[in-house]
Design a protein. Structure first.
Ligand code: NCD
Length: 328
């Protein structure tokens, strides 16, 4: 493995990132991490992001290790980028497609995990599940690191980390910046993990939602709530839009998609309330014409949406490097 590429901008080199300062065995939620641990992941992810386009750059640090991905909910980017990240690090990957598994024959989560654990002896497990706390539960029955790829509306830590990497690579410094998170705050695990992470890194967080989609209790303190885009976007350096999580939403909370778009959909006009040159983000999948207009999503200068997807790979490489390296 060659990791002697010169580092730009005085970034810490691959070898110098102090992985031992990361004390968690699993990655269940951003709430379990302190700012130093978040920065360790981001420093390493930044290093991997710089070298992502070098096809021959395949550090073999997870050779002979097995990553199991278990998605009990739909996923395109998250599952694929975990697979790509694990392969870049030399691991073998087993993806279980839950739509064709024995879960549909009534098998419990406990039995499914015990069966796969016994058969595959994985060195890392990635879990996405519609139940709050499922990855935490899995971590109590296996002895390898467990990575939460999204549980209900609770947390989606790897998404928040890749969003922070994307912002950090563009804004350079996150502390003191102002970021708006807009839309279905109440049902979004992406919003929850992002709020927690951004506050831990000293960012000013605005959340903007119609009253029906604004939770009474937020997962972190010191976040400013707004019910309109004009006030909420004022002074913001980036605007993060969210999909309406219809699968977790009680009927009737949104009157019509058209009305939602008129009041909360991000258009060029609404984006002008934010700072000049404010970046636009979205974790995907996007519903164009509902939470975001085409010309905003596709704006090559301001939209970071494809960069977020790309940064999913180096971020997940960094997480697996920290949690799984040296297990064999
Ligand atoms: C998000 C998720 O699944 O929570 N998608 C993702 O991981 N990029 C957001 C969503 O489904 O709206």
């Amino acid at each position: 493995m060659t990791n002697s590429a010169p580092q730009k901008d005085n970034k810490p080199s691959f070898e110098k990132v102090d992985r031992t300062a990361f004390t968690n065995k699993h990655l269940i939620g951003i709430e379990d991490l302190n700012a130093d641990e978040i920065n360790i992941i981001l420093d390493l992810a930044d290093y991997y992001a710089d070298r992502l386009d070098e096809r021959e750059f395949k550090p073999d640090i997870l050779r002979n290790q097995v990553l199991l991905t278990l998605f009990f909910e739909d996923s395109t980017r998250t599952r694929t980028s975990f697979e790509m990240a694990a392969k870049r690090l030399g691991a073998d990957v087993i993806n279980i497609d839950v739509s064709t598994s024995s879960i549909n024959k009534g098998e419990s989560l406990l039995d499914t995990i015990q069966t796969l654990n016994s058969m595959l002896r994985p060195d890392g497990i990635v879990v996405r599940h519609s139940e709050y706390g499922a990855p935490q539960f899995v971590s109590t029955i296996v002895d390898c690191p467990v990575i939460n790829a999204g549980d209900s509306w609770h947390e989606h830590p790897t998404q928040a980390l890749l969003d922070a990497l994307t912002l950090r690579r563009r804004l350079k410094v996150l502390e003191g910046k102002t970021i708006a998170i807009c839309g279905d705050i109440a049902h979004s695990r992406v919003a929850a993990s992002n709020m927690i992470l951004l506050k831990k890194l000293g960012v000013n967080v605005h959340i903007v939602a119609p009253p029906a989609l604004m939770p009474d209790k937020l997962p972190t303190d010191d976040v400013k709530k707004f019910d309109n885009m004009k006030d909420g976007l004022n002074g913001c350096d980036a605007v993060m839009m969210l999909r309406n999580q219809m699968e977790r939403m009680q009927a009737g909370l949104i009157k019509s998609e058209q009305e939602f778009f008129e009041n909360y959909g991000l258009t060029k006009e609404k984006l002008s309330y934010a700072n000049d040159g404010a970046f636009v983000m979205h974790p995907g999948p996007m519903n164009r014409g509902v939470e975001i207009a085409d010309d905003v999503a596709d704006d090559k200068n301001l939209s970071l949406i494809l960069e977020q997807v790309r940064n999913g790979v180096p971020t997940r490489m960094a997480i697996m490097d920290i949690l799984m390296k040296d297990r064999t």
